[in-house]
Ligand binder design. Structure first.
Ligand SMILES: Nc1nc2c(ncn2[C@@H]2O[C@H](COP(=O)(O)OP(=O)(O)OP(=O)(O)O)[C@@H](O)[C@H]2O)c(=O)[nH]1
Length: 336
């Protein structure tokens, strides 16, 4: 099943479903109100249909767009993790030119999808690849967000594109994390540099730079620890990794990817804040979009930070990393 049908399925099952929410908002005031405006061209039967006397589908319920309806819309978008500021702005834009008009759920969904696409389009950018060798990609994020999995998927895609890749397992604190990365490295056919548990991550990062340079690798992907609860330690650890890799290449790291778990909803926003304070985050990977109805948080993230979304995780398998397609995402999110 494709990601978007998976996402759509989740959204229709979930209590946070935007599409059904929009249907409900329109239906709420619709039954008593007589339909005074003709249905739009798209809802009228075509010429052939009229000639052949085909039945028209029953007219869609409509509701006059007023302040009360806008407020309901705003509340629903906030409940769908879009964040207050973004929900307000999106609602205001939808209202423009439509106030006082009777509108149906399809028009409302289309208008919302257009707004979401407009916000998301600028952030849909694949990971930029540079001629510089090795291109150093520092991968940050809290434990469990999907860093290891994402590095494995990314390494596999880069290899398939003909790039040579080296991975450094710089979360030396957790033996399980290192083992897991080795499994992913094997799957992707990419060497994984490891160090004994508890050893200095920065010294491993340095060794990895030496190895990547001597191998002539195109990219070095560096996994890091994600213990946000020890923020000061983590900040120092990341700063030290950056310091030592700059001894080999003062322009490194060339990308700092923040991996975010989409199922955490609004929490993703505070993780962006925290990691931006610790590292020069250059782009995002949103994982677990296959398992959530909280995709609205991507809109809030894009609207607030404008950080590129390089890829989305849509499952646990090696090829479950997709490019982010704003239009398809918006349509799936609103249930079109
Ligand atoms: N459904 C789904 N699961 C994912 C996705 N990405 C990662 N996971 C799962 O999320 C869990 C955590 O992923 P990891 O890659 O281990 O996360 P991590 O950030 O490296 O965490 P640590 O190893 O604890 O540092 C694993 O069970 C993954 O299989 C995704 O896109 N979709």
């Amino acid at each position: 099943m494709s990601f978007f049908s998976k996402l759509r399925e989740r959204l229709t099952k979930s209590s946070a479903r935007i599409g059904t929410g929009l249907d409900d908002i329109v239906a709420e005031a619709a039954p008593e109100a007589p339909v005074t405006t003709p249905p739009p061209e798209t809802e009228r039967p075509g010429l052939m249909g009229r000639l052949l006397g085909r039945e028209t589908a029953p007219a869609e319920p409509r509701r006059e767009l007023d302040d009360a309806m806008l407020e309901e819309l705003e509340d629903m978008l906030i409940a769908a993790d879009m964040g207050t500021e973004t929900a307000l702005r999106v609602t205001a834009n939808i209202a423009e030119g439509r106030m006082g008009r009777r509108i149906g759920a399809t028009e409302l969904k289309q208008a919302l999808a257009d707004e979401i696409t407009r916000i998301m389009a600028p952030v849909a950018q694949p990971l930029p690849l540079y001629p510089r060798k090795p291109q150093v990609v520092l991968v940050v994020g809290v434990n469990g967000s999907g860093k290891t999995t994402t590095i494995g998927k990314l390494a596999s895609q880069l290899r398939a594109a003909g790039k040579t890749v080296v991975i450094a397992a710089c979360d030396t604190f957790r033996a399980a994390a290192v083992e897991q990365l080795q499994v992913w490295g094997d799957r992707a056919g990419v060497p994984v540099l490891v160090a004994p548990q508890g050893s200095d991550p920065a010294s491993l990062a340095y060794d990895a730079m030496v190895r990547a340079e001597s191998d002539g690798a195109d990219l070095l992907l560096i996994d890091t620890a994600g213990r946000l609860q020890n923020r000061a330690d983590l900040m120092e650890e990341l700063a030290k990794i950056v310091r030592v890799i700059r001894k080999k290449d003062e322009t490194a790291p060339h990308n700092t990817l923040l991996v975010l778990d989409a199922t955490t909803g609004q929490n993703a926003l505070s993780q962006v804040e925290a990691f931006r304070r610790m590292a020069d985050v250059s782009g995002l990977v949103m994982t677990k979009l296959d398992g959530t109805a909280r995709g609205g948080v991507l809109v809030a993230l894009a609207d607030r930070y404008g950080l590129p979304i390089h890829a989305i995780g849509v499952g646990e398998q090696i090829d479950d990393l997709d490019a982010f397609e704003p239009d398809e995402f918006a349509r799936a999110l609103v249930g079109l």
